[in-house]
Design a protein around this ligand. Structure first.
Ligand code: FHN
Length: 429
């Protein structure tokens, strides 16, 4: 199948995750938006201790800065993200070329970002936010309108609920967790659930087992057949769910025989950190997107709205740049629906993907010295029957050379982020 990866881990007799109908939309989309937004956003990454010293972190601030529970609750009570604009967030994703959004419904601090009836530790009952607003509902409505899929991150690990850390009371916690997940599925009909924190570092007698993971996965799938679930349901990220979730890295190929999605921060933090200005350039995002697609993976860069719910302008600018690049280079066809090329080795000067109609997309990110060709090392026998630069239409001379082909575009880079050469190929049967 197009986009499938050859090699170890793809040999599933039943419901091969690389070709399964269920994962089809997700494998085609290739590009989503992660959002880390929660009670921690209120602190914007800085906690001033009673002695006046400042401790910095983002979504881990409660734990890393040892914020006392009462103090954290006091901060959450002031949380008023009234500037959160679901339509603008969805538009930013859509303009960037992203086709799905995954937002933290509950992070490790246990704070629910929807009006859960399970407890009062949530955005409606424990905040300064308008009690008539529901951010998740707003996102769902905006996403549906824009044809964007919505998924929820949900942390199994919970720092706030005392029943979590005690093996005797853990079943009670689990019951509430199941009830919350049912609310999320019933109320917002998500396309996927993205679990995290199954690696419980808080509970000395960690009872969360691979069996708990399997049970959780089948429970949520029974609530909604077709729901996609990530791999972090089993203890310590053993293979589970529909896709793997490497973090801050692009793996070389299939991960544990699963399709995968690489999530990454745009600066150094997931949640908003007002002091972190170390933003990755848009060119890096384009490169990561191409590298993911070329290895048949998805790319999920993250945004972290501030205490008012505003998305940092630096994130928006980068997403806009990626979107412009997508539009200027064949509407993102080097990425969307594309996957592992199979026909050539990955070159040192960029990334190669194979599009859904069989074309090769050679994306040049590190242009060779002037006058030097772009060499493609063939892995198998095939012919190149046509070549042009996407966007500019520049002609590209193709010649056989040694173990593959030399490509000579008639001009230099058309875009410093990545210039894409589209190659029509003929592969002998
Ligand atoms: O601890 C979390 C972290 O805060 C963030 O949510 C990332 C996103 O994948 N997951 C955990 C670390 O693996």
């Amino acid at each position: 199948a197009q986009g499938a990866v050859s090699g170890p881990g793809t040999d599933h007799a039943v419901d091969d995750p690389f070709t399964a109908e269920r994962t089809s939309w997700w494998r085609q989309d290739r590009f989503g938006m992660f959002i880390h937004f929660g009670a921690y956003s209120q602190l914007e990454g800085e906690y001033t201790r009673p002695d006046g010293s400042v401790c910095r972190d983002a979504e881990w601030i409660m734990r890393e800065c040892a914020v006392p529970k009462e103090e954290y609750e006091k901060q959450a009570a002031r949380f008023d993200p009234s500037a959160f604009d679901a339509e603008a967030v969805v538009r930013a994703a859509k303009d960037a070329g992203q086709r799905y959004i995954v937002i933290t419904s509950k992070h490790h601090d246990g704070y629910a970002m929807w009006p859960t009836k399970v407890n009062s530790w949530n955005l409606r009952d424990h905040s300064a936010f308008d009690e008539h607003r529901d951010i998740m509902r707003e996102l769902k409505t905006a996403a549906d309108k824009a044809g964007i899929k919505l998924g929820f991150y949900y942390s199994i690990w919970d720092w706030h609920d005392p029943d979590f850390a005690d093996p005797d009371t853990f079943p009670r916690y689990k019951k509430r967790m199941y009830a919350q997940l049912k609310e999320l599925v019933d109320e917002y009909d998500p396309a996927l659930l993205w679990f995290d924190g199954e690696w419980d570092a808080d509970n000395p007698v960690n009872r969360w087992s691979a069996r708990d993971g399997a049970e959780l996965e089948s429970y949520v799938k029974s609530l909604k057949p077709g729901l996609l679930v990530n791999n972090r349901v089993g203890k310590r990220r053993v293979v589970d769910g529909d896709f793997g979730t490497p973090e801050q890295e692009i793996p070389d190929g299939p991960v544990d025989g699963q399709p995968w999605e690489s999530c990454m921060t745009l600066n150094g933090h997931w949640g908003y950190a007002r002091y972190d200005h170390d933003w990755k350039p848009a060119a890096e995002l384009v490169r990561n997107l191409l590298a993911s697609a070329g290895r048949s993976g998805n790319y999920l860069p993250n945004i972290g709205p501030d205490s008012k719910g505003r998305v940092p302008a630096e994130s928006l600018r980068r997403l806009r740049d990626v979107g412009s690049w997508m539009r200027a280079h064949g509407q993102g066809r080097a990425v969307r629906g594309a996957g592992y090329s199979g026909l050539v080795e990955s070159p040192g000067w960029g990334e190669v993907t194979r599009g859904r109609r069989g074309q090769l997309y050679a994306a040049v990110t590190d242009w060779p010295e002037e006058g030097k060709p772009l060499h493609l090392k063939a892995r198998t026998d095939f012919e190149i029957t046509g070549a042009r630069v996407l966007g500019s239409g520049q002609k590209v001379a193709v010649s056989r050379s040694g173990d593959g082909f030399d490509l000579m575009p008639s001009g230099g880079p058309v875009d410093e982020k990545a210039t894409v050469v589209e190659l029509r190929v003929s592969v002998p049967r």
